[in-house]
Design a binder for this molecule. Structure first.
Ligand SMILES: [Zn+2]
Length: 428
């Protein structure tokens, strides 16, 4: 007779101390990205732990991806545990990189101190706490159910914080994180323990440059200021583009509320004299001005329309403004991704949440992108969500932390969902 789900949940509770220690051990390896420090050490920790528990290990270096070199190899691990008979593959994907700690910490960001039921440190919430919770969830499940159909995978991947090209994108291209190899993916990003993140908005980053003609600053009429041309562009944005973006509201359940609209951030602006020079400026008319634009768009919008909005304003200026010229360069683009609420992984995690928290989950969409984009677009796998412990707002902040109870509870949800996805039976 199969032991009861209550026994599985109790088993996870009994592993609380182990979960704390694993989280601390992961956080104490400062895998700061950029540049991609200590990936090898973190992969080694995961390898030795999971190999000891009978996982088949693959360590994959994303050779030739941005930032990959001998000093900072982009290393990834996929650990796989095959069941006793054929069946689906449930995959937990966590990124092992963390953003630089920055200033303002009350504790050492890499000491992973446990204070009042919270572990503090860079990467606790985003997302080594989630990685540790998924490992404990899977280990408990394997103890509780040694015989199962299909397979379970746990991956630790590089470079999510810098676009995922040396991590999930590479693995999806090579078929590791793609159909038909895997069937269901849970990414334990910190989305709060009772929320299911179905996907994310789209992104278009671009660099816009206006051109002028250099001249002596005392006689600007002999030149043509690229900065004044850019001012005209920004004025068009203020008068026309920003108001129109405000009108676009999505039906996607994006959080926070403000991100339900289309948004544009002017990431940076530069024109004229080079920055970083401490001396007295030379009297020159700027012949170039550049802005970097960060446009986030909704599932209801097409990327081509998003670009056309900007292009039509620029073309209007070409007609109305003397000597106006520009170039527009795409830097990065991701289309929105949203998993169907009825997809198997969503449903099984939802049942886990209602069992553990005795309430229905909240379904959300992230304002920014994460590695789901690569699994969706490159790996062609739609049954993918983000679900994990930790509060989204604390990610990347000083004094980042993850709550121990949150990790234990979300590990319970992950274990129950994995059981359902593998066995095809509802957890009772
Ligand atoms: Zn993250």
């Amino acid at each position: 007779m199969k032991p009861s789900i209550d026994q599985l949940l109790a088993l996870i509770e009994s592993k609380e101390e182990e979960l704390i220690q694993l989280t601390q051990a992961l956080v104490r390896i400062p895998t700061i990205n950029p540049p991609g420090d200590y990936y090898g050490d973190c992969i080694e920790l995961l390898r030795s732990r999971l190999e000891d528990r009978g996982f088949e290990i693959n360590i994959i270096r994303a050779e030739g991806t941005p930032g990959d070199d001998e000093q900072y190899p982009r290393l990834n691990i996929i650990a796989r545990k095959e069941g006793s008979r054929p069946g689906p593959c449930v995959h937990f994907n966590s990124h092992i990189d963390v953003v630089p700690p920055g200033l303002g910490w009350d504790e050492d960001p890499f000491e992973a101190k446990l204070i009042d039921g919270k572990i503090f440190g860079r990467g606790t919430c985003d997302m080594k706490g989630g990685l540790a919770a998924s490992i404990i969830a899977v280990e408990a499940l394997l103890e509780w159910m040694p015989e199962y159909p299909g397979s379970i995978e746990i991956s630790g991947t590089a470079d999510e914080e810098t676009g995922g090209y040396g991590g999930v994108a590479y693995l999806a291209e090579k078929g590791w994180m793609a159909v038909p190899r895997i069937d269901h993916v849970i990414i334990p990003e910190p989305l709060n323990k009772d929320r299911i993140c179905l996907g994310h908005r789209g992104v278009w980053w671009s660099e816009l440059e206006t051109f002028g003609k250099v001249a002596h600053g005392s006689m600007p009429f002999l030149g043509d200021s690229a900065i004044r041309h850019m001012t005209a562009v920004l004025d068009e944005f203020e008068q026309k583009l920003f108001p129109s973006l405000q009108q676009k509201v999505t039906a996607m359940p994006v959080v926070p509320e403000g991100a339900k609209q289309s948004t544009l951030n002017i990431n940076s602006i530069h024109g004229g004299l080079a920055e970083g020079f401490a001396g007295f400026p030379a009297a020159l008319v700027a012949d170039s001005c550049r802005v970097v634009l960060d446009r986030r768009f909704l599932i209801e919008e097409q990327l081509s329309e998003v670009k056309l909005e900007v292009l039509s304003l620029l073309d209007g200026l070409m007609k109305s403004r003397e000597n106006f010229s520009y170039s527009l360069k795409d830097l990065f683009e991701v289309v929105p991704s949203m998993t169907d609420q009825n997809a198997p992984v969503v449903q099984s995690v939802a049942r886990g949440i209602s069992r553990v928290f005795e309430r229905e989950p909240e379904y959300v969409v992230s304002p920014g992108t994460y590695d789901q984009k690569h699994i969706d677009r490159i790996g062609k796998l739609k049954d993918c969500i983000a679900y994990g412990p930790g509060i989204l707002d604390f990610a990347h902040q000083a004094n980042e932390y993850v709550g121990v109870t949150d990790m234990v509870e979300s590990a319970k949800v992950m274990a129950m969902a994995t059981y359902e996805l593998l066995s095809g039976e509802q957890a009772e």
